[in-house]
Design a protein around this ligand. Sequence first.
Ligand code: AP5
Ligand code: MG
Length: 224
Amino acid sequence: MRLVLLGPPGAGKGTQAAHVVERCSIPHISTGDMLREAIKNNEPIGLEAKRYIDKGELVPDDVIIRLVKERFGKDDARKGFLLDGFPRTLAQAKALTKLLDQLGTRLDATIYINVPDDVVVERLSGRRICRSCGANYHVKYLPPKKQGVCDKCGGELYQRPDDQAETIKNRLAVFHRQTADLIDYYRELGLLAEVPGELPPKDVQASIDARLDSLPSRPGGCAD
Ligand code: AP5
Ligand code: MG
């Protein structure tokens, strides 16, 4: 199964990815997570990316495409993957199509989680993440049992630096300016599976499952 998760910041891509990768036994490839890891490890690519991420701007296409190409070279990506947050520009989408052509394969679907801007702002300003295991919380919708502490591993919960009000506003503007075109791009390729993302996570998950069950390219669902 080769999938893309598309949607505005805070649409719930990471939340839903956790379920899809478990169900389909495929790796979760999130360019945002990869960049944050590179920042944490003081890698040169991380230092370059941080300048953009902190402002809510996109990291340049050539940097991101190189990152994804390298990731596709790893064994676990050979049988399938879930891309989260990539592609984000038409140039990235075309580079992905070309890369998959070279590998003799294609996408099965692009799942577009559709969420309006006001919901995005509320979700991102309340998001908290575990510093140790990366688990995702929300102060209102998915609160931890003890404030500031991860239920799963006891780690400290923190707020992403790009989840500040001004940066959220810019990330949304960037989505509408640079990423929303991809909805039409994938629709025209017959690969778009749109799901409403405003409902509670379990309901969004059910819509995604239903779309995955009915993919023409995968009559057996996630089975090979
Ligand atoms: P990235 O990390 O990809 O961020 P994003 O796309 O802005 O999306 P988020 O991770 O913020 O949100 P999400 O959709 O995963 O939502 P989540 O599940 O966490 O990218 C960060 C930055 O890196 C970019 O701005 C850019 O600078 C750079 N970058 C990355 N990829 C790039 C690329 N390809 N090209 C160029 N630059 C790139 O949910 C959010 C919150 O809502 C959580 O608290 C969650 O608990 C809650 N929630 C989730 N679902 C629901 C629901 N159904 N109901 C209620 N609450 C919910
Ligand atoms: Mg995410």
